[in-house]
Unconditional design. Structure first.
Length: 617
């Protein structure tokens, strides 16, 4: 419905604000007039006195430079000092003329005339001194003449310049005082006008309060009650303005909300039933809790896993129904991600091991607040069994390969030594190729066996105090020759204050050797490989840095997987099967350390691993 303009809130507000706008315009014009007077006064201060002060200061400076130039001429008689003297004298006259152009009072003119007269005398004395300086017979008396005759005049001239500065500053002070008086008058005028405006505004506000605030308060109170669930309420504002129109539309809206709420409750109950049915039929254990650690939902798989017999546990504290401290720690600290350090939890079901992988998510609300957490416990026992079977198969195959490979290597060595007869060049080349392939297979078998021992936990590691610096030094001694053959420089930057760690020196040496030989493999001729050690907090850090072509960022997390190599299609890596970094990762993690790589294309790569000082195997 169209509201007549004279009944609208816009008309009522416009009538009140029109008066306030008029008062504001009057205050603005008044303030502009007064502040223009103030601005003119300040401008006059700058225009009439500032340049005069600057000129006087520069005249004093010129006198100082002139005197210094004369002193230098007495000692050195250089053309440079003579030029400075003449140039400064000219600058003095220029600044004197500028000060004369700014004269507004007779006292200023008198001072400037005196300065001009004194400087004329000073110049004549200076010319006489120059004659003494450049006359060999009179040169000895030049210094005395300068001190007794010229310097007093110079000092006197400076005093006149300072008096001129003081006079102009006094004038500026007087003008500033007048400007402050104008500013004070303007401030009082604006204050009075503002007080009038405030008084009129208060009167207008009182008049408009009843027509604006009271309907708004009644409407607000009704809205608050409806927000609390009282959808049966209606507003009772009766008027022909926008408040009345808003009241009528609001009543229509509450009616629609009542109908919509009835429909939504039914749908919500239906969706809740669907969600609970899905959760209860999922084979993985699921526990949902609120922000106060009260159980919201727990499915049948979770009941079986935690042996919960109570039929209805919704609303119970999570710690009262789940007794496993590992799971409780994950539920109470969902953001710490401690469970990632131990990705699998071992349970027993029917005297059989069950491996569970926990995954927890927070139910977001707003900002950093959450409604609760959802814990999913995935049964990965089958995957662990498959992984164990794969490792056992690899170990068995590798073990079976060792004997025939040993025979093959011995046969090739016998043929190479010529024990069974001499061979031609082509036969020797074929044997050399066969020897390389046999060595590669031997290395593959050895690394597969090493990896299977690490994964199965059968590898026995010695636990003794070890100096990592010594391990690195001993390791690189045995691989110096390949570096010399490839013309790659190997640098050691070992920190001198590293403590010992409890570890197996042979295994740590193998890790260092693998990383260094990898760096050599991908470093071009003339490049550099650096081994760096340092201590940070409770860890010793080892870095192996090369100047090779680098590793693409998408491969940085994959290179520690088994049988993974990063190489171009056209290149080969003889002797490499992609297990070295995987074994290095297993060894480092057995000591509670970490290993990772950092790289940029064409900038080289850096492999870093850490070993805790207090290691626990």
């Amino acid at each position: 419905m169209e509201i007549p303009f004279y009944n609208s809130l816009r008309f009522k507000l416009s009538a009140g604000y029109f008066i306030l706008v008029g008062i504001s315009i009057f205050i603005t014009i008044w303030a502009i007039i007064n502040f223009n007077r103030l601005g003119s006064s300040v401008d006059r201060i700058i225009r009439e006195n500032y340049l005069s002060v600057v000129a006087a200061e520069n005249m004093a400076r010129s006198l100082e430079v002139e005197d210094n130039a004369l002193t230098a001429l007495i000692t050195y008689q250089t053309k440079k000092d003579l030029d400075i003297y003449n140039q400064t004298k000219l600058e003095f006259f220029q600044w004197h003329q500028k000060a004369l152009d700014r004269v507004v009072k007779e006292q200023q003119r008198t001072l400037l005339d005196t300065i001009r007269l004194q400087h004329r005398i000073y110049s004549e004395l200076g010319d006489t001194l120059l004659m003494f300086i450049f006359d060999p017979q009179l040169n000895q008396i030049a210094r005395t003449y300068h001190f007794n005759e010229i310097r007093p005049v110079n000092q006197n001239l400076k005093q006149y310049c300072f008096r001129l500065i003081d006079f102009n500053q006094q004038e500026m002070f007087e003008l500033d005082k007048r400007a402050r008086q104008i500013s004070s008058e303007a401030s009082y005028a604006v204050l009075i006008a503002s007080l009038i405006a405030v008084a009129l505004s208060i009167i207008a506000s009182v008049q408009f309060t009843r027509s604006f605030v009271e309907p708004a308060e009644r409407l607000t109170e009704t809205v608050r009650k409806i927000g609390l669930g009282r959808l049966d309420l209606k507003t009772d504002i009766i008027s022909n303005d926008e408040f009345g129109e808003l009241s009528r539309e609001f009543n229509k809206m509450t009616e629609r909300l009542r109908k919509f709420e009835a429909l939504n409750v039914e749908k919500l109950l239906e969706e809740k039933q669907k969600s609970e049915t899905i959760v209860h039929n999922i084979s993985d254990a699921i526990v949902v809790s609120d922000k106060n650690n009260k159980v919201i939902l727990i499915n049948d798989a979770a009941r079986r896993l935690f042996k919960i017999k109570t039929p209805n546990v919704e609303g119970f504290d999570i710690r009262s129904i789940i007794k496993d401290e590992r799971v409780i720690d994950i539920l109470l600290n969902p953001r710490t991600e401690k469970y990632l350090q131990q990705p699998f939890l071992l349970f027993q079901a029917d005297n059989q091991p069950v491996y569970i992988r926990p995954r927890i998510s927070e139910i977001p609300l707003t900002g950093n607040e959450t409604l609760g957490t959802v814990l999913i416990l995935q049964d990965v026992t089958q995957f662990k069994q498959l992984d164990r079977m794969k490792s056992e198969f690899m170990a068995t195959v590798s073990h079976e390969f060792r004997t025939p490979l040993t025979s093959i290597n011995m046969s090739i060595d016998l043929l190479n030594q010529g024990i069974l007869g001499s061979m031609n060049k082509d036969q020797q080349d074929l044997l050399q190729s066969a020897k390389q392939d046999a060595d590669r297979l031997t290395k593959l078998v050895r690394e597969l066996l090493e990896l299977s021992k690490l994964e199965s936990g059968k590898l026995q590691l010695r636990n003794e105090p070890v100096s990592l610096n010594q391990v690195i030094t001993d390791t690189v001694k045995h691989i110096q020759l390949p570096f010399k053959e490839k013309s790659v420089e190997l640098k050691l930057k070992l920190a001198g204050d590293l403590p010992n760690v409890n570890a197996d020196s042979q295994q740590l040496g193998w890790v260092v050797s693998n990383l260094v030989t990898n760096a050599l493999r991908y470093t071009p001729k003339g490049g550099t490989v650096e081994v760096i050690t340092s201590k940070e907090d409770s860890y010793i850090i080892v870095k192996v840095k090369d100047s090779g072509r680098g590793i693409p960022c998408e491969f940085l997390n994959q290179i520690f997987d088994k049988f993974t190599q990063v190489k171009q299609v056209s290149e080969s890596t003889p002797g490499s099967v992609g297990l070295g970094l995987a074994i290095a990762k297993e060894v480092v993690e057995m000591y509670g350390g970490r290993i990772w790589a950092e790289s940029e294309i064409d900038e080289g790569s850096t492999f870093i691993f850490t070993i805790p000082i207090e290691t626990k195997i």
